[in-house]
Design a protein around this ligand. Structure first.
Ligand SMILES: [Zn+2]
Length: 498
C-alpha cells in the first residue's frame, strides 16, 4: 500500500455491509438421507436465515444434526451444529470467481482438529448458496460479525485437514472494499476480503491460494495469479481486468521474470516508471532473500479513477495507480512488499510500520543503487507529518495488538511510512548500511510465510552490532517509533527549489 487520496473514503465504508439475503439452497445433490435445517439469526442491521442440508436422497452419507434433532436416517455421518471458531487455521483457499455472474466457489482446506467441531469465516456481504464437505451439506448460520457478516459452520472433527466447499454470490462494490465492478479491479485491503470470498482478515493469518477467473468480457485480459503457493495475507490475492499490454522487463539472477501490464497509451509512462524495476527486484532477491510468490511478478496499471495514485501489494502482480505508473517509487514500493507486508506478515495492525516503514526504506535503498534518489520526496512527506499544524503526526509503533481499527485510526497515515523509513536510514548510518541489510535479510528468511512483530525485527538488528550500536538503535527506536514529536527540525526539511 502506498498512501492514496481515497484513504478517507475507504474509511467511510467500513460499516457498509449491504443486505444479506437468506439462502436456503443446501446443495441438493441427493446423497443424504433426510437432512436438517436451520438456524436463524437476526441482527440489528440485517436479518439472515440459513440452512444446511439439501433435498433428501437415497441413502449414502446421511446428514444429521445434533442441534436440531431432525436428522436423517440415510447414513452414518453426524454433522455437528453450526458453531463459532475463529482459531481454525486456513491452509489453502482455492478460489473460483465468475466475474460475469458475480458468483464464487471457495474450496477451503482447514488444518485438522480433533477437538473443534466448528469453523468461522468473515463473509462481508456475500450471499451464501451452499456449504458442504465430501460427505454432504454442512450446518451453518450467519450473523453479524466484525466486518460485515460472519459464517459459522459445523465441521466434523478429525486429525486430517477438513475440506469445505462454499458457493456464494458476491456484490459489486464502489469504494475499494471488494470487487469493483466498474473499474474491473478487486481491492480487499485491509479487511474487506469477506466481500469477495469467505476468509479471515486478521493480518497474522496466512493462507495459500489458487485462483480461477471466468466471465471476463471479450477482448479483455484478466491478470491474476493462478497459484500463490506461499502463505499470504488475505488481502493479497487480486484480479485486474482491462485491455492490458504486457511488457517483459527481464529475468532476475534468481530466475524471476518481471513484467508490466499497462493500459492503452501508457507506453511512455511504463518505460519511465519501470526503468529499474527489474534491477530493483533483483536487488531485493540478492540482498534480502528469495521471492516466495512465484517465478513471475510485476506491476499492473490500475485504473482506480481520475486522480488516482499510490499502489497496492497484490503480489505477485501488484497494482499501481495509473497516474503513478510513470514514477519509479510506487513500483519499487509495492514490489518490496513481497518481502515485508506480504512475505513477512504483520502480527498486529499496530505493526503497520514493519510493513510500510521497512518497505519505504528498502525501496529508497534499492533505487539509490541505480542513481534514483527518492529521499527528497520522502523528506517533504516527513515534513508534512512532523509539522504540528497538519495534525497528521502520531506514534509510529503503538504497543497494543489489534485493538485499533486501522482505517479509523491516526496510524492510517504517512507516519509509519516516513518515520519508519527515517528510522531505518538512521540505523543504517549508526551501524552500517550493510549490517542493516544483513539483519533485514536474515529476519526475512527466518520469518517469510509467517507473521512477525516490528519489535522482533528491531531486536534482531541489535544482535548484529556492538553495545554502542545497540544503544544507538535503542535511542533511534524511541525517537522515531515510540515518541510523538519528530526528532528533526521539520522547518528545515523539504527546502523549496530555488
Ligand atoms: Zn505499502
Amino acid at each position: 500500500m502506498r498512501a492514496l487520496t481515497w484513504i478517507s473514503t475507504a474509511a467511510v465504508l467500513t460499516g457498509a455491509a449491504t443486505n444479506l439475503t437468506a439462502c436456503s439452497d443446501g446443495g441438493a445433490t441427493g446423497t443424504g438421507g433426510d437432512t436438517s435445517t436451520t438456524a436463524t439469526t437476526t441482527t440489528a442491521a440485517t436479518s439472515t436465515s440459513t440452512s444446511a442440508g439439501g433435498a433428501g436422497g437415497t441413502g449414502g452419507a446421511g446428514v444429521t444434526s445434533s442441534a436440531t434433532g431432525t436428522g436423517g436416517s440415510g447414513g452414518g455421518v453426524v454433522h455437528p451444529p453450526a458453531g463459532e471458531d475463529f482459531t481454525r487455521d486456513i491452509l489453502t483457499t482455492d478460489l473460483e470467481l465468475d466475474l460475469g455472474a458475480l458468483t464464487g466457489k471457495a474450496t477451503i482446506t482447514l488444518a485438522g482438529s480433533t477437538t473443534s467441531k466448528a469453523a468461522s469465516f468473515e463473509i462481508g456481504d456475500l450471499e451464501i448458496a451452499s456449504v458442504e464437505d465430501d460427505s454432504g451439506p454442512l450446518l451453518f448460520v450467519m450473523k453479524s460479525g466484525a466486518h460485515g457478516s460472519q459464517l459459522d459452520l459445523g465441521v466434523p472433527s478429525g486429525a486430517a485437514p477438513a475440506k469445505i466447499v462454499i458457493k456464494y454470490a458476491f456484490a459489486p462494490h464502489t469504494m475499494f472494499d471488494g470487487w469493483m465492478a466498474k473499474e474491473q479491479l478487486s481491492f480487499l485491503w485491509p479487511y474487506f476480503c469477506g466481500n469477495l470470498f469467505p476468509c479471515k482478515s486478521d493480518p497474522a493469518d496466512g493462507v495459500a491460494f489458487t485462483m480461477k477467473v471466468t466471465g471476463v468480457a471479450a477482448g479483455m485480459t484478466a491478470v491474476f495469479p493462478a497459484s500463490i503457493a506461499s502463505d499470504a495475507p488475505s488481502y493479497m490475492p487480486a484480479v485486474a481486468v482491462a485491455k492490458f499490454t504486457k511488457v517483459d522487463l527481464g529475468t532476475t539472477t534468481k530466475g524471476t521474470q518481471i513484467s508490466a501490464w499497462h493500459l492503452p497509451g501508457q507506453e511512455a509512462d511504463t518505460a519511465l516508471g519501470t526503468a529499474h524495476l527489474f534491477q530493483v527486484f533483483d536487488f531485493y532477491e540478492k540482498t534480502y532473500g528469495d521471492y516466495t510468490f512465484g517465478k513471475t511478478a510485476g506491476s499492473i496499471s490500475a485504473n482506480w479513477g481520475d486522480g488516482d495514485y499510490g499502489g497496492m501489494e497484490h503480489h505477485p502482480y501488484w497494482h499501481v495507480g495509473k497516474n503513478d505508473f510513470k514514477g519509479e517509487e510506487v513500483h519499487a514500493h509495492e514490489a518490496a512488499h513481497g518481502w515485508y507486508g506480504d512475505g513477512v506478515r504483520i502480527a498486529c495492525w499496530e505493526d503497520f510500520v514493519l510493513s510500510e516503514g521497512t518497505v519505504s526504506y528498502i525501496a529508497a535503498h534499492a533505487l539509490e543503487q541505480f542513481q534514483v534518489d527518492i529521499w527528497p520526496d520522502y523528506e517533504c512527506e516527513l515534513q508534512y507529518v512532523c509539522d504540528p499544524a497538519n495534525g497528521a503526526n502520531t506514534i509510529a509503533l503503538p504497543t497494543t495488538c489489534n485493538t485499533i481499527d486501522l482505517l479509523n485510526d491516526p496510524l492510517w497515515s504517512s507516519v509509519p511510512y516516513m518515520k519508519g523509513a527515517y528510522f531505518f536510514r538512521e540505523v543504517a548510518r549508526a551501524i552500517g548500511v550493510g549490517v542493516l541489510d544483513t539483519a533485514i535479510g536474515e529476519f526475512y528468511k527466518a520469518n517469510v510465510g509467517k507473521a512477525a512483530k516490528m519489535q522482533a525485527l528491531i531486536d534482531h538488528i541489535k544482535t548484529k552490532t556492538d553495545t554502542v550500536g545497540q544503544k544507538a538503535v535503542d535511542d533511534l527506536e524511541t525517537a522515531w517509533l515510540k515518541k510523538l514529536d519528530c526528532p528533526v527540525d521539520y522547518t528545515k526539511l523539504c527546502p523549496a527549489t530555488p
